[in-house]
Design a protein around this ligand. Structure first.
Ligand SMILES: O=C1O[C@H](COP(=O)(O)O)[C@@H](O)[C@H](O)[C@H]1O
Length: 317
């Protein structure tokens, strides 16, 4: 399918968003970097707070900002979050496909695919260079690809079947193998793709450097298939690990490890709902908390992290 470029998406989306932008973010070097960048238009990152941001709330956010230094956007509805997330992903797709002719993206399962629901719609469906996307999974359940629990199936049904990404660029796990075999196989394939130059290697960490990692977070603070208290949280060598005792069903899974997650160029969380509010508070709002949930361990070194939240998820901040 022929792809065509459109004029940059208009600013009206950002204008209309009911978005609280944490005050620290406006002045942080990270924010300035993004705003100064040609490739990531500042329309995505409004330079002013919403008029509906109350003074007390803004003070609270500002003091949180002092300690956390994380960019967080809070949306009035999940639909507005989906609008902004689609634009964020599209901007990065344009950046990486024009800069190096490929865009390596790691998808999560769970709600993430639903939050990406605007991508297979105009203007993105026929303006992005889908043929240059290379799609991976941050984690996968070791079940047949046709199983409703499969993260691959979720993505196929919700996104991949609706956009022209070549099937050869979609790296699903080998579902005929055991969890251990599937993790080994996935890691070998990633190593091959690093050798071929499809995935870049972080010169600092020596781990693969994906262009974008899209993360969900469970109510327990887990990310990918890295669960609180599980030894895999501390894995330092493997690129891809397996577990057979996931506290969330199904028990057999494979997952990228923290060294890989923290080597990426861009990482984005999308989290909604009251059920997640405690974990969001623990990660973003409680810097004194010595017990770090897995989500709090996501800090791309040399990369950039952003959180997309709805008001329910942010309600305890
Ligand atoms: O089991 C999983 O859960 C997390 C979080 O899912 P969510 O529905 O609460 O967003 C997900 O990110 C992960 O990929 C999945 O395997």
């Amino acid at each position: 399918m022929q792809t065509r470029r459109r004029a940059p998406h208009s600013l009206h989306l950002a204008e209309e968003l009911y978005t609280f932008v944490y005050l620290h973010y406006l002045y942080s070097p990270y924010y300035q970097t993004l705003c100064d960048s040609d490739s990531l238009p500042s329309s995505l990152y409004p330079q002013r707070t919403s008029s509906s941001l109350s003074l007390s709330h803004s003070k609270e956010l500002a003091s949180m900002a002092e300690t956390k230094k994380l960019p967080v956007q809070i949306f009035k509805s999940e639909d507005l979050l989906a609008d902004s997330l689609a634009k964020y992903v599209a901007d990065l797709s344009n950046k990486f496909t024009s800069e190096r002719g490929a865009f390596t993206v790691c998808l999560s399962g769970g709600s993430m695919i639903d939050y990406l629901r605007k991508l297979p719609e105009p203007p993105y469906v026929d303006s992005l260079e889908w043929s240059k996307w290379q799609v991976f999974w941050l984690d996968e359940r070791v079940v047949p690809k046709t199983d409703p629990e499969s993260n691959y199936k979720l993505a196929l049904d919700g996104l991949l079947s609706k956009v022209p990404i070549p099937p050869a660029n979609v790296y699903a796990i080998n579902d005929t193998l055991s969890a251990e075999g599937a993790a080994d196989d996935y890691e070998s394939r990633l190593r091959e793709l690093v050798k071929n130059g499809v995935i870049t290697l972080s010169p600092t960490s020596g781990f693969p450097k994906f262009d974008l990692i899209l993360l969900g977070m469970g109510p327990d603070g887990h990310v990918a298939s890295l669960f609180p208290g599980h030894p895999l949280v501390h894995e330092k060598k493997r690129w891809v690990a397996f577990l057979t005792d996931s506290p969330k069903l199904p028990p057999e899974r494979i997952t990228l490890t923290f060294p890989v997650i923290n080597s990426c160029a861009y990482a984005a969380f999308a989290v909604t709902g009251k059920e997640e509010a405690d974990a969001v508070h623990s990660v973003l709002g409680k810097p004194e908390n010595p017990v770090k949930l897995p989500a709090a361990l996501v800090h791309p070194k040399g990369g950039e992290l952003i959180w997309f939240l709805d008001e329910d998820a942010a309600s305890k901040l």
